[in-house]
Design a protein around this ligand. Sequence first.
Ligand code: PLP
Length: 418
Amino acid sequence: MKSFFDIDEKILNLSEIAENEIKDQFEEIEKIGSYNSEKVLSAFVQNQVCERHLHGTTGYGYNDEGREIIDKVYATAFKAQDALVRHSFASGTHTLTVALFGVLRPGQTVLCITGTPYDTLRSVIKSNEDVGSLYDFNIGFDTVDLTDDNKFDENKIFEKLSKKQYDLIYIQRSSGYENRLAFSCEQIGDITKKIKSKYKIDVMVDNCYGEFVQTQEPTSFGVDLIVGSLIKNPGGVVAKSGGYIAGRQDLVEKCAYRHTAPLVGKEVGATIDENRNLLLGFYLAPKITQEAHKVAIFTASLFELMGYEVSPLSTEKRYDIIQRVNLKSPIKLEKFCQGLQKGLPVDSYVVPYPWDMPGYDNKVIMAAGGFTSGSSIELSADGPMREPFTAFLQGGIDYSTSKIAVMLAATEVIRNER
Ligand SMILES: *Cc1c(COP(=O)(O)O)cnc(C)c1O
């Protein structure tokens, strides 16, 4: 069949080989996807979602049954006591900020056991300016770096815990812009159990990009609170904005008090016309995440065959949907993003260049062209312009078309090798 796109002959051949090599993984991912779809459907059925829940409210949003049912559906599917799911969370960072300020009080201290958190969280923790960071409210934030082989550093964690009182353990499941694998729910559960056997302390997980990649979420493994973005996995591409917090009821309630106002909490919050989008998106989310999972594996396999270092490897088990491709040169990183952009459904004719981004230290180049601005469950790639010039690729709501974009990225990269 003739392609509609200018894909290099060599890349066409390598892509065929790549797809042959990853067949078994695809079968496994489809099993996870089907299980999760069934789980979500069952949450809809158990909570008796009905036609009237699809409609939203205006103004204060009192008695918004759709809003209440969405919280219940998330809580059921994520095996949590309660959830706070709102389109009015502006981003993942906003949701995480509400969760931290919701559960913490002045004088308390967080211990993050996955090293320095994601770039945009850093000014939430502490800033040199008077911007209302945790630091400005006398809330401390300590970190324990991972070991050299990117495991939890149990010795250092327990040394810290023995010397000082901590009030919250913070875990970032996905890698963010670090060169490490994501943590599995089992690994998170294991360290949570060890810590809780000695200390009475709550554990919160930044679950961004992790939802539906496994058959369970960290809440099934003793974690007290999970937080994520609706323009990533659980929004299923239909949610136009938002975030969720799920976990223990008392903690979710505190977050709701911070999100709106003390004692008002979940009683208000107009949903406008977003209830249908949040419900439909969550219903589709396992399948959409499954597609993104496949896109990541295909990218790994293709670039391995092209001789590039990738992480995770195509054969490695995954716990998030992020794929790193080490392009080793600034120009190839640019070409990768520019090639990918050519195969995106919106803004395909735009040429991305590195730019200063709010919340990030280095210049960043981003390829993005989805139906929701900034959505990273839709195929996108970004890379901070620093060594080793790694492209972080994620998303893809449809494997067959996303594959084209990845092949176009590969085409730009090899044409630049010659
Ligand atoms: C995406 C993400 C966030 C939140 O980022 P936003 O861009 O504000 O949605 C936080 N942590 C991790 C690990 C992420 O991937």
